[in-house]
Design a protein around this ligand. Structure first.
Ligand SMILES: Nc1ncnc2c1ncn2[C@@H]1O[C@H](COP(=O)(O)OP(=O)(O)OP(=O)(O)O)[C@@H](O)[C@H]1O
Ligand SMILES: Cc1ncc(CO)c(N)n1
Ligand SMILES: [Mg+2]
Length: 533
C-alpha cells in the first residue's frame, strides 16, 4: 500500500540485507557482471505473453531476468478469462527485494494493473535508479482484451503515467490501440498517423517512442514507427503469415530492455528486438498450441537451430541490404581484433547483413570462422553470407553467398544451395544485372561506386553508373565501393527505389571502434530513409 512508502523495510527485508553482506564478498571475488533486466509485469497462464515471455526473451538474448509479478491472469489462446491483481504492498515487497539487492541494469514494465502499482513503481525507481526504463503500456492485448483497470486508462493519460512514469521512461512502446488511448482516442490508421501519434506521445515525456504496427491491416509489412525526438524512423519487417502472435509486444519490449542492458544504444536495440520477433514468428508460424485464434510462439528457436534449416529460413528481405558489412581480416588484424569481435561489434552498431570475405583463409579455418560468425549473426537475427565460397556456405549452413563475375555461376550455385538461400552477384552493367536475375540471384552489388583501397584497379561506375544499373535491375541493389560516412547520403539520394543500401568494408573495419562507426553510418542511412518518406 501507499502508506508503506514511508515505512522502514519490513522484517523479511532486513534479513535479506544481512544475507547480502556475505554475498558482496563472494561477488566481489567473482567480479563477473551479468546484464540484468527486471520485468515488472503480469503472469500469463498460457505462457506466451507477460512475465513468461519476458523471461524467455531475455534468456534468449543472454540476459538475466528477475521478475516482479503485478497480477496473475487466467488466459489462453481463446482470450483472457480472469485477472487477479497481486496486493499492492506485495508488489512493493517484490520491488524492494530485487532492487535493493541485485544490480538491475534496466527495468521493463508490462501490465501495471492499478494506479497504486504505478505509484509504487515510480517511487521504487527514484529510490533505486536504474540505467534505463522501458515502458510497454499494456492496456489492450492484440486480441482486444482489456488488461488494465479502466481507471488506469485514464491514469495513463492524465495522472501518474503522464506526470511520472512516462517522463521517467527511456522508451515507451504502445501498440496502435494503446497509442490511441494515450492520446485520448485519436484515430490511428496509416503509417503517417503513427508518426504523428509518436510525436504527441513524445510530448508526454519519454526519450523515445515506438508505435508498433502489428495491428496494421494484414497485407501490409509489419511497420513500427520509432521517434527519437527529431525524426520518425520507419522500421519494417516482413509480415509473417501466422496466428501465433500472442506476446509479440511483451517480447519486443523485453528484447529492447535486454539489448540496452548489454550496453546498446536505443535504435540498434529496437532493431535487434524487431528482428528477434520476426525470426521467432517465422520459426513458429506453423506450431499449434491451444485451439483459439491467437497462439504463442517459440522464443527459444535458437536452441533448436539445427532444425531451423534453410527450408524454414525466412525469405530474403531486401531491407536487410541497408547496412551491409563486409569483413576484411587484414584491417581487423591491423586494429588487433578478431573477425568474430568485428562481426559482433558491427551488429551491435546496427549492421543489417554480414558478408565474410576471407580471401586468404585456409578452408578449415574458414569453416570454423564461418560457424562462429553464424552463431553470433543468428543470435541477433542477422543473415550471414559467404563471399565466393559456395562450399563454405554449404558446410556451415550459412544464409547464402555473394559471387563475383568470375566465381561459380549463380545458376550452378542456386542448384547446389537450393531455393532457400540468398545469392548476391557483383554487377557493373545493366546486362550483368539482368543476367544475374535470370540466373536466380536475390540481389546484386553494384560498384565500385567510388575508388577503394580494398579493390585496387577496380573500374568505378560512379553515381551515374549506379543509377543506370539500379533502374535496369529486376532485383534489389546494394551499392559498394569507397562508401562511408561522408558520401553514403549522396549514394542513397540518387532517387532509385531499387537501391536498398550500402555495402562497406573500410568505413567500419579500418577504424578504431567498429561499433561506433557502424552506429554513425546507420544513423546517416536512417536519416536518408526518413527524409525520403
Ligand atoms: N505477423 C507479424 N509479422 C512480423 N512482425 C509482427 C507481426 N505481428 C506483429 N509483429 C511485430 O511485433 C512487434 C509487436 O507489435 P504488436 O503491435 O503485435 O504489439 P502488441 O499488440 O503490444 O502485442 P501483444 O499481443 O504482446 O500485446 C512489432 O514490432 C510488430 O511490428
Ligand atoms: C499478462 C499479460 N501481459 C501482457 C499481455 C499483452 O500481450 C498479455 N496478454 N498478458
Ligand atoms: Mg502489447
Amino acid at each position: 500500500m501507499v502508506t508503506q512508502l514511508s515505512h522502514p523495510f519490513s522484517f523479511n527485508f532486513q534479513s535479506t540485507v544481512n544475507l547480502r553482506t556475505s554475498w558482496v564478498k563472494v561477488t566481489a571475488m567473482a567480479n563477473h557482471k551479468v546484464a540484468h533486466v527486471l520485468s515488472v509485469a503480469g503472469s500469463d497462464s498460457g505462457g506466451g505473453a507477460g512475465i513468461q515471455a519476458d523471461i524467455k526473451a531475455c534468456a534468449s538474448l543472454g540476459v538475466y531476468c528477475s521478475t516482479v509479478i503485478t497480477a496473475v491472469t487466467a488466459q489462453n489462446t481463446l482470450g483472457v478469462q480472469g485477472v487477479h491483481g497481486v496486493p499492492e504492498d506485495f508488489v512493493y515487497e517484490q520491488l524492494k527485494s530485487v532492487l535493493s539487492d541485485m544490480h538491475v541494469d534496466v527495468v521493463k514494465t508490462g501490465m501495471l494493473p492499478s494506479i497504486g502499482v504505478v505509484k509504487l513503481l515510480c517511487h521504487s525507481l527514484k529510490e533505486f535508479p536504474v540505467q534505463a526504463l522501458v515502458v510497454d503500456p499494456v492496456m489492450v492485448s492484440t486480441s482486444g482484451h482489456i488488461l488494465a483497470d479502466p481507471s488506469i486508462l485514464m491514469a495513463f493519460r492524465y495522472l501518474y503515467c503522464r506526470e511520472e512514469l512516462l517522463p521517467m521512461a527511456d522508451i515507451v512502446t504502445p501498440n496502435l490501440k494503446e497509442a490511441s488511448a494515450l492520446l485520448g482516442g485519436m484515430k490511428l490508421v496509416t503509417v503517417a498517423d503513427m508518426c504523428s501519434a509518436a510525436k504527441s506521445i513524445h510530448d508526454l515525456g519519454p526519450r523515445y517512442v515506438l508505435v508498433k504496427g502489428g495491428d496494421l491491416p494484414a497485407p501490409l509489412d509489419a511497420v513500427d514507427i520509432f521517434f527519437d525526438g527529431d525524426h520518425c524512423h520507419e522500421l519494417r519487417a516482413s509480415r509473417i503469415q501466422t496466428h501465433n502472435t500472442h506476446g509479440t509486444g511483451c517480447t519486443l519490449a523485453s528484447c529492447i530492455a535486454a539489448e540496452l542492458a548489454k550496453g546498446s544504444l536505443m535504435l540498434p536495440a529496437v532493431q535487434v528486438a524487431k528482428r528477434f520477433v520476426e525470426t521467432a514468428l517465422d520459426y513458429s508460424k506453423d506450431i499449434v498450441i491451444g485451439s483459439g485464434p491467437q497462439g504463442p510462439f517459440d522464443h527459444l528457436f535458437k536452441l533448436k537451430r539445427s532444425t531451423y534449416n534453410s527450408s524454414r529460413r525466412r525469405g530474403f528481405n531486401p531491407n536487410d541490404l541497408l547496412l551491409y558489412a563486409i569483413t576484411d581480416s587484414g584491417m581487423n588484424k591491423k586494429w588487433a581484433r578478431s573477425i568474430i569481435d568485428a562481426v559482433k561489434a558491427s551488429i551491435e552498431g546496427g549492421a543489417t547483413i554480414i558478408q565474410l570475405r576471407e580471401k586468404d583463409a585456409e578452408t578449415q579455418e574458414f569453416v570454423r570462422l564461418a560457424e562462429a560468425c553464424l552463431e553470433i549473426c543468428h543470435s541477433h537475427g542477422v543473415a550471414l553470407l559467404i563471399n565466393d565460397r559456395v562450399d563454405i556456405a554449404l558446410a556451415c549452413d550459412a544464409d547464402g553467398v555473394h559471387l563475383g563475375q568470375s566465381d561459380m555461376p549463380p545458376r550452378v550455385a542456386r542448384t547446389l544451395l537450393g531455393p532457400g538461400k540468398i545469392i548476391g552477384v557483383s554487377c557493373k552493367t545493366p546486362e550483368q544485372a539482368l543476367q544475374a536475375w535470370a540466373d536466380g540471384a536475390d540481389y546484386i552489388g553494384c560498384g565500385g561506386v567510388f575508388p577503394t583501397s580494398t579493390k585496387a584497379n577496380n573500374l568505378t561506375v560512379g553515381l551515374s553508373g549506379l543509377k543506370t544499373v539500379c533502374s535496369a535491375s529486376k532485383v534489389p541493389v546494394v551499392a559498394i565501393g569507397g562508401i562511408g560516412l561522408a558520401n553514403a547520403h549522396s549514394v542513397m539520394e540518387i532517387g532509385e527505389p531499387n537501391l536498398h543500401g550500402v555495402a562497406v568494408v573500410s568505413a567500419l573495419f579500418d577504424r578504431e571502434s567498429v561499433s561506433s562507426e557502424t552506429r554513425k553510418l546507420h544513423s546517416v542511412l536512417m536519416d536518408v530513409l526518413s527524409v525520403a518518406k
